[in-house]
Design a protein. Structure first.
Length: 271
């Protein structure tokens, strides 16, 4: 399908109904500071608009229930194949279904309703001022408490988050669900040289087309991290690094994440 050139960027929120850990997650009710519950997808849409309300927004889904909920919110759903293996493939499929080729597309995770708006805006600005950048993503410097949490989860055999190691040009060398780099004696003097990766991406349409056509890499399959396909096939990823925003940008991955997220919404007075 030919894709029409569309100046500027777009935001795409991938949202699928089936989830091994949390089936129907995009429609799960999430209570804010007023005690009123809204579907997760509604809160994710609001968070994306708060970051760059000037950019067109589309929700890429494979489920009619989600599409109907998105329409009821006055937003635009895009039906994409159930066969999409991850959010990056779903964003690529959405651009193809819409028949558009924007300057860049932002993948705003549908379960990342606490993503700082400034991070999204900075990522969009990076793509607008660095035309040679194919893919960009966000990382956050670990505080000592976050590092302690990651190490405790790792010791218990759980994945508490994804870390990224970068080179001198602030491009990704590797992403892992292990805590990297290895610090045998722990962090020194309160500094933690560990970057927590946030599932927020910006891509050029050509990078998405290449990604969708390429086979999954062994590391991608072992780690369960979609972004490793880019690195395996020689597509660089720029990493924008941020200080912690003053709150924990928890993602709604499991039902047990709901209570702390609702507490965070209440603490930040988000209705």
């Amino acid at each position: 399908m030919n894709q029409a050139r569309t100046p500027g960027g777009v935001i795409v929120i991938p949202a699928r109904y089936q989830s091994a850990r949390f089936p129907g997650k995009p429609l799960a009710p999430v209570r804010g500071a007023t005690g009123i519950a809204k579907p997760l997808i509604a809160r994710s849409i609001a968070a994306a608009h708060a970051a760059r309300g000037d950019l067109p927004l589309h929700v890429a889904t494979d489920d009619q229930r989600i599409a109907d909920a998105v329409r009821n919110l006055g937003e635009t759903p895009v039906m994409t194949p159930e066969s999409c293996a991850n959010g990056t493939e779903r964003v690529a499929a959405a651009l193809e279904a819409l028949a558009i080729a924007p300057d860049y597309a932002i993948n705003f995770q549908g379960d990342a309703l606490l993503t700082p708006p400034t991070f999204v805006a900075a990522l969009a600005s990076w793509m607008e001022t660095h035309p040679d950048c194919a893919v960009a993503t966000a990382a956050m410097r670990c505080s000592p408490s976050v590092y302690t949490h990651l190490i405790a989860d790792q010791a218990a055999g759980r994945s508490g988050g994804t870390t990224v190691v970068t080179n001198a040009a602030d491009q990704a060398l590797y992403f892992s669900k292990r805590v990297l780099p290895f610090l045998p004696e722990g962090p020194k003097e309160g500094t933690v040289p560990v970057l927590l990766h946030l599932g927020l991406y910006a891509y050029r349409p050509e990078a998405l087309r290449r990604y969708r056509a390429l086979p999954a890499s062994p590391a991608e399959l072992h780690e369960g991290l979609e972004q490793l396909r880019f690195l395996h096939h020689g597509i660089p990823i720029d990493v924008l690094t941020f200080d912690p925003p003053g709150w924990d940008p928890i993602e709604l991955n499991n039902p047990t994440d709901l209570a702390p997220i609702e507490a965070m919404l209440a603490a930040r007075d988000i209705a």
